[in-house]
Design a protein around this ligand. Structure first.
Ligand code: BYC
Length: 337
């Protein structure tokens, strides 16, 4: 469905902006600009404008937080998966999300921000994470829909990030996308099985699709005209495709999948537009999106409280690891003396 070979043309849907002015030496700036213009990679040791660094730390750390918080709505279902096979798959998936968070924190650390600083941002509520994880997973059909639609939207957004101008982020995303592709397929397959089941099972799938569809469309971020970061991020080669263009690609890819599955996407305005060669779709409720992003969604408080508790409960592990590492160092010094 979505693979590494998914082809993403460079068709920026946004006006271009000049490179951000810098107070650093003109020579360093020119080297950076040339590399960006030549579609090269910026590496951690390279000079970069502070605004570029800041944008990357913001985006990569928020992405890492999303992966870690994203483990929660699915983790809730590990003990209630309907079969051993589904439980094994779900454990592997949740573990993968934890791994994605760790690659991404590591990528952000190469920009000079410590993991503790990033976690402080998450735990204090200052840093954002994806709006989608503030909604509840009410039953097993939700887990299938999270795989199909939430992971599907995530891949659509993340494949272009494999070509991001910052090397460590781009390389992390290649592995993340391979794993996400599996996640999306397993969700879709779980739904296909349910859709061959009883009337009640089919109704559960449709109900879950009804509840998640619009939230997934909002995952791509605000419309381009209201997206403060997009134009500059595209100029820097961080973002390759705009929020609205990715949303459109997702809608176009999902409509035929819904047909095969036998579910209706809950949008009376959804229809093929021959002239645009794309599907038209209805209005997203942006007030609801911003309310959720700003901390007032159905699960924001619960998600943060769970993360803070997990971090605090793990303090003894970090203390023990540090104590062990100090002991090893002391031993090594003694042996060398
Ligand atoms: N939720 O100017 P914009 C996953 C914020 S992981 C919350 O367009 P940008 C998965 C945005 O941060 C999914 N906030 O920003 C994991 C900004 O606020 P700040 C996560 C959102 O950065 C486990 C403001 O709105 N994926 O799927 O150019 C299991 C203005 O927006 C959202 C990533 O993080 C949102 N949905 O574009 C299963 C991918 N959208 O920072 C699945 C990497 C926007 O100024 N990130 N905001 O306070 C990106 O590609 C970009 O950061 C975004 C936003 C497209 C998300």
């Amino acid at each position: 469905m979505y693979t590494q070979s998914f082809n993403v043309p460079d068709t920026p849907g946004l006006r271009s902006v000049p490179l951000a002015p810098s107070t650093e030496s003109a020579e360093s700036q020119a080297r950076f600009d040339n590399k960006i213009d030549a579609d090269g990679k910026i590496e951690p040791q390279d000079w970069m404008p502070e605004a570029y660094r800041k944008t990357l730390v913001r985006q990569i750390s928020q992405h890492a937080h999303s992966e870690i918080v994203g483990m929660l709505p699915e983790g809730n279902w590990i003990s209630r998966a309907p079969s051993l096979k589904r439980k094994t798959i779900l454990i592997a998936k949740v573990q993968d999300e934890g791994g994605h968070g760790l690659y991404l924190y590591s990528a952000a650390e190469t920009l000079g921000t410590s993991r503790d600083q990033m976690l402080e941002g998450l735990h204090s509520g200052k840093a954002k994470y994806s709006s989608i994880f503030n909604y509840p997973t009410l039953n097993w059909a939700d887990l299938g829909v999270v795989g199909w639609l939430v992971d599907g939207a995530a891949i659509m957004n993340q494949i272009p990030l494999c070509r991001c101008s910052y090397g460590p982020y781009a390389r992390a995303m290649i592995r993340v996308c391979k794993e996400e592709s599996f996640h999306q397929r397993q969700g879709y397959e779980a739904l296909l099985v349910m859709m061959k089941g009883t009337v009640e099972q089919k109704a559960m799938v449709q109900d879950a699709v009804n509840r998640w569809w619009w939230k997934c469309l909002a995952m791509f971020g605000p419309p381009d005209a209201d997206s403060p970061h997009s134009a500059q991020a595209m100029r820097w080669g961080i973002k390759r495709i705009s929020n609205d263009d990715l949303r459109q690609k997702f809608v176009d890819a999902t409509v035929p999948q819904a047909k095969v599955l036998g579910v209706t996407l809950p949008d009376p305005d959804l229809k093929w537009n021959e002239e645009r060669q794309h599907h038209d779709y209805g209005q997203i409720d942006w007030d609801e999106f911003w309310s959720t992003v700003n901390g007032n969604g159905p699960c924001n408080k619960e998600r943060l409280a769970t993360r803070v508790k997990a971090h605090n409960d793990g303090q003894w592990v970090r203390d023990a690891a540090l104590a062990y590492s100090r002991k090893r160092q002391t031993q090594a010094i003694k042996e060398a003396a």
